[in-house]
Design a protein around this ligand. Structure first.
Ligand code: CAA
Length: 294
């Protein structure tokens, strides 16, 4: 594999483009918004700078990595020569089905079509194409250049050969791939989201405060971030939508999203990206200031 196309210039898309380019692949980053592409390239340059500062990369590596990324606003043009496409667009089923239909028409017949979805069914996405054996989940974790895991999700029809190729490719990115089957939430979010939801219930029911709940999990369980800070980092809207997929998919009451989470998303408090969730976020500041008042 040489040519990798990445769809979506957001947090996950720019991180995925970053790591493929860093490990020598030619990357085409696709986003319908030219401004999103500009912002993505700037973010990649800033994150490469962190790696240069700590001595993990040289200035030459940084320049070469950036030199391997080209951008386009056209899906058809951007996937025309792809060996692999990784879709990292917004978590919206209708949008993903449309993108996969379009990619299926425009990408070479041999290309593998992967999605970075955090919870949408791979089998459903594959059914929007004429190549379901070549459709697979390649779920990176945020921040992509830092986190070692890639959850490799086999849809109902994904072939053994395609799964093996994506496992091997993940290792070439110095990631650790884990193979899982296509059921709601896969493995990562099936386990993570009920913990985050329970932390929100613990706050909602007045058992303890934001900082206290996060401190228990940080110092008691050695988590790098507490569950409420992590929810803000992931995006409260993303957490809510994954919990709904789990609740709809299994019908078990313990996946029902906490009403506080629903209220916060309705009020536009989406976490770090909106400037406020359980905490307040000021650009350039790492200080954690609690925003939630009961
Ligand atoms: N690109 C490159 N390097 C980055 C980076 C990025 N985007 N973000 C952070 N880093 C590097 C920093 O340079 C730093 O490197 P060194 O320690 O080698 O100097 C290191 O990562 C730590 O960063 P910071 O010092 O800025 O901050 P920190 O120590 O607070 O760590 C964190 C930040 C890595 C995000 C850490 O808090 C963490 O691991 N948090 C949990 C993240 C997590 O759980 N992610 C999964 C979310 S779930 C998901 O993604 C899937 C889903 O479907 C919802």
């Amino acid at each position: 594999m040489k040519n990798i196309s990445v769809i979506g210039g957001g947090t996950m898309g720019n991180g995925i483009a970053h790591v493929f380019a860093q490990f020598g692949f030619d990357v085409t980053l696709i986003d319908v918004q030219p401004a999103a592409l500009e912002k993505a390239l700037q973010t990649i340059a800033n994150n490469l700078d962190r790696q240069v500062k700590k001595g993990a990369l040289t200035e030459e590596d940084k320049a070469a990595t950036l030199g391997r990324i080209r951008t386009t606003t056209s899906i058809a043009e951007g996937v025309a020569l792809a060996d692999l496409v990784v879709e990292a667009a917004t978590e919206n089923v209708g949008l993903k089905l449309k993108i996969f239909g379009e990619m299926d028409q425009a990408a070479p017949a041999t290309a593998i079509l992967a999605t970075n979805t955090s919870s949408i069914s791979i089998t459903q996405i594959a059914a929007a194409t004429k190549r379901p054996t070549q459709v697979i989940g390649m779920h990176f974790m945020n921040p992509v250049p830092v986190m070692k895991l890639v959850e490799v999700i086999r849809g109902y029809a994904t072939s053994d050969a395609v799964t093996a190729q994506i496992m091997e490719l993940s290792r070439q990115l110095e990631k650790v791939p884990v193979e899982v089957n296509d059921y709601p939430g896969f493995v990562a979010n099936r386990i993570l989201m009920p913990m985050i939801n329970e932390a929100i219930y613990t706050l909602f029911e007045g058992v303890s405060g934001v900082e206290e709940i996060d401190t228990v999990m940080k110092l008691g369980m050695a988590h790098p971030m507490g569950p409420l800070q992590l929810a803000d980092f992931i995006g409260l809207d993303v957490c809510l939508s994954i919990l709904r997929v789990l609740h709809d998919g299994f019908g078990r009451p313990h996946y029902a999203p906490c009403p506080l989470l629903v209220n916060m998303v309705t009020a536009g408090k989406l976490g770090a990206k909106s400037g406020e969730g359980f905490y307040k976020y000021t650009p350039g500041s790492k200080e954690l200031v609690v925003a939630y008042k009961r």
